[in-house]
Ligand binder design. Structure first.
Ligand code: F3S
Length: 393
């Protein structure tokens, strides 16, 4: 440890920093880290009151009371509700009160209340090769793979610890040798929609677990396709990093490490099977889009498809407050509202208290959402945005 790190551990930077550094040191010992490394930014998960409850909230308030303050840029994952329009979502008053206290604790720590799983669409874009401490599996996958920054799959407490100390233990995906692929995935399926990329991610994660895939045949995925692919493979497996030939920044350098790796193929049949797995007969589902949070382009696409229709409040679109402002200016939010749809910020269809809100059936284009909603006992259907909105193909 450096002299500064020793001093922080000894309490010179306050009790919160000392305790949180202890946590990072213990983690480093478990994973055999040789040292700590400075990190540029943190993205913190564990924000929804649904997951935290009173115990989690109490821990956050304790950290803020002890003087925990972010010394690097730190942003927040989605909360359990739109912080302004929570009544419109049907969120109970008691839940809203708990959620407000969570946000207040984070704000006291100097964390930006971005409330999104796509911080990279809200101006928080780390540099290539930079060390960061991010939680939220889809954001981790995007930052490691598409941006080429370096993070492990962090947790709420470890990201808070990194935000406050500016440090992380040097192990895992922070090191060159662990960023090499462990399997080659040949894609034979047609990748003509964002949902197809999400399905590919789901199938890959199921087969590979946590192994780093090197994709061949990915085509030219849009940003939206890349975020969908990473979110799904982080959900069905524990993938934190993927490489795509001609697509991701580290792929070219990985070509020399492909010989002798396990090879697997993902076909159109595999994609169809994955869609069928989350598709059952539904009576009157809520169409839920925006997992990961919608980009401005996705909101524009949805707005362009809903004209002249009335969804009667059964179309819900989730995004960040940052993208929402731009979408409102562009007229997309108004167009979706005019068609009886709703656009919410700060939250999503997985971390909101859906049962209390009365949801039982959901149609979505996201395999991550489908996976979690099925595990919460909901009936689901998968479809592309066009299919779900009943637009012509
Ligand atoms: Fe984001 Fe919620 Fe999906 S956090 S990735 S929209 S489950």
């Amino acid at each position: 440890m450096t002299r500064e790190e020793e001093a922080m551990l000894g309490g010179e930077e306050g009790p919160a920093a000392a305790k949180l550094l202890e946590l990072l040191v213990a983690l480093g010992e478990v994973f055999g880290a040789e040292r700590l490394v400075p990190v540029e930014s943190a993205h913190i998960s564990g924000v929804s009151y649904k997951n935290l409850g009173e115990a989690g909230l109490g821990w956050l308030v304790e950290q803020a009371d002890l003087g925990a303050r972010a010394r690097i840029r730190a942003t927040l994952n989605p909360a359990g509700m739109d912080m302004e329009f929570w009544r419109e979502m049907g969120v109970p008053e008691e839940f809203a009160e708990g959620q407000r206290r969570v946000l207040a604790a984070f704000e006291r720590m100097g964390v930006e209340p971005t409330c999104t799983c796509t911080p990279y669409l809200a101006g928080h874009v780390p540099g290539f090769g930079s060390q960061i401490a991010w939680a939220e599996s889809s954001a981790v996958c995007f930052s490691n793979s598409v941006i080429g920054a370096r993070t492990n799959r962090e947790s709420g407490p470890t990201t808070i610890a990194s935000a406050v100390t500016g440090l992380a233990a040097l192990y895992g995906f922070r090191l060159d040798e662990n960023r090499r692929p462990g399997a080659v995935v040949e894609v034979e399926a047609d990748l003509d929609t964002v949902m197809a990329y999400s399905a590919l991610g789901y199938v890959t994660g199921k087969r590979l677990g946590t192994t780093v895939p090197y994709f061949k045949g990915l085509g030219s995925p849009s940003l939206e396709a890349k975020k969908a692919l990473g979110a799904a493979c982080a959900t069905s497996g524990g993938i934190a990093l993927w490489h795509g030939e001609g697509v991701t920044p580290e792929a070219e350098a990985m070509k020399g490490h492909l010989a002798g790796l396990e090879r697997l193929t993902v076909t159109a049949g595999d994609v169809e099977e994955a869609v069928a797995r989350f598709t059952g007969p539904l009576d009157d589902p809520i169409i839920a889009l925006g997992c990961p949070h919608s980009s401005l382009e996705e909101l524009g696409e949805i707005a362009g498809l809903v004209g002249g229709r009335n969804f009667g409040g059964r179309l819900w679109v989730f995004t960040s407050r940052s993208v929402y402002s731009r979408a409102e200016e562009a007229g997309h939010v108004g167009a979706i509202r005019a068609a009886g749809g709703r656009v919410f910020r700060d939250t999503c269809m997985v971390v909101a208290p859906l049962k209390e809100m009365g949801w039982t059936e959901v149609a979505t284009n996201s395999f991550k959402a489908g996976h979690y909603m099925t595990s919460m006992g909901m009936r689901t259907r998968m479809g592309t945005i066009r299919e779900l909105l009943g637009a012509r193909q």
